[in-house]
Write a protein that binds this ligand. Structure first.
Ligand SMILES: Cc1cc2nc3c(=O)[nH]c(=O)nc-3n(C[C@H](O)[C@H](O)[C@H](O)COP(=O)(O)OP(=O)(O)OC[C@H]3O[C@@H](n4cnc5c(N)ncnc54)[C@H](O)[C@@H]3O)c2cc1C
Length: 344
């Protein structure tokens, strides 16, 4: 089949790769020269994990996580780093308690560490008395840049053609193609009138002592600060704020970081890593979030499928979404088969 893919973030790149793997003739349309920092897929790294507090996502990850192992192998390594994930918070926090219960109920391998033992897995992190760390070994991070660029490269090696071109009316492409897959990130909100908040999310890079940064981590609390160990050979960590930032129309080209969120990141570096006067280098990225952080899938008209899987946690599902979009195209599945995500 001749298939158009609109958007070359992780979802479009994964969709193009899944379609070329299945022998389809694929054209990818991306509005910005690559790589670009206008959407949701740029930056060094993204958290991946097998287990979610919500069992629905854990079940999807049973299928989604091994796809990273496959991509990592196809790209010669350096995509997936299984470092474990440490969730740190007060032992009385409701989220900490419910995460622990969820992991126990699902039988997911994990360890609960008191504040002293957190240092055994993450020496650079200063935990407070009364805090615990929940460590899940089946987790880590993927290189976002290498995953997107590598998936596109593989798709192109198998014959996909990339056009750097903005498509004014992606649905109308169905007149020239047998099927269309639209993976437009924050731009999907206006294209399909979706119930999404598109927000600017601040993250930053900071030079640290390379030693002592272990797993990927999330700090429990209203801001959901999260971060990554340095990439091998580097002493620069990436960390960010998960709580929602300012709403933005993605058509506006500037991507300003939030000075308030930057202050939170400076405070974090002093509090948790003991760095005096830290100077994180901030950037911003788009979240496209539904009110309950679920993903959205739909069919705009016959043969035109779209996917909006972000809400700040979609990257880890990228190769799975790519395969699902290919299933939609081949009529093996339909967005309606995913009632929790289906948007008519
Ligand atoms: C700071 C930050 C941290 C995150 N952390 C994590 C994490 O740790 N773990 C995790 O799982 N997820 C995480 N996420 C979420 C994850 O990154 C997103 O779910 C994912 O990147 C969404 O990818 P996408 O391809 O849908 O969107 P995008 O990457 O935005 O790609 C959409 C593409 O479509 C193009 N486009 C749109 N309209 C058109 C058009 N008309 N014509 C041509 N091209 C068009 C855009 O230019 C863009 O390149 C994070 C997101 C951010 C911003």
């Amino acid at each position: 089949m001749k298939v158009a893919v609109v958007g070359a973030g992780i979802m479009g790149a994964s969709t193009a790769l899944a379609l070329t793997d299945r022998g389809h003739e694929v054209k990818i349309f991306e509005q910005f020269p690559l790589p670009h920092a206008q959407g949701s897929s740029h930056g060094a790294s993204r958290i991946v994990r097998r287990a979610y507090p919500d069992a629905f996502y854990t079940e999807i990850m049973l299928d989604a996580y091994p796809r990273w192992e496959v991509l990592d192998e196809r790209l010669g390594g350096q995509v997936l780093y299984e470092t474990g994930l440490l969730y740190v918070g007060a032992d009385s926090s409701l989220d900490v308690i419910s995460m622990q219960k969820g992991l126990e109920a699902l039988g997911v391998e994990h360890r609960v560490l008191d504040h002293r033992r957190i240092g055994e897995v993450y020496p650079a992190f200063r935990a407070e008395p009364g805090e615990v760390g929940i460590l899940t070994p089946g987790a880590g991070w993927v290189s976002a840049e290498r995953a997107v660029a590598g998936s596109l490269q593989l798709a192109q090696e198998y014959g996909a053609v990339l056009h750097i071109q903005s498509v004014a009316d992606p649905v109308a492409l169905i007149r020239e193609f047998d099927a269309v897959c639209i993976c437009a990130g924050g731009w999907a909100k206006d294209l399909f009138g979706l119930p999404l908040s598109v927000t600017l999310q601040t993250f930053a890079y900071l030079e640290v002592e390379a030693q002592g940064h272990g797993p990927v981590w999330i700090e429990d609390g209203p801001h959901g600060i999260y971060g990554f160990p340095p990439e091998p050979g580097s002493s620069r960590v990436k960390y960010g704020v998960h709580s929602p930032g300012e709403e933005i129309n993605p058509r506006q080209e500037s991507r300003p970081f939030s000075p308030e969120k930057l202050e939170l990141l400076k405070d974090f570096a002093s509090r948790r890593w003991g760095i005096e006067n830290p100077l994180p280098e901030p950037q911003a990225c788009l979240y496209s979030s539904t009110s309950n952080i679920d993903f959205l899938f739909g069919e705009a008209e016959s043969g035109v499928f779209w996917a909006s899987p972000c809400s700040g946690h979609g990257f880890k599902f990228g190769p799975w979404v790519g395969s699902l979009m290919a299933d939609f195209v081949e009529q093996r599945q339909h967005p309606r088969d995913w009632p929790r995500f289906y948007h008519a």
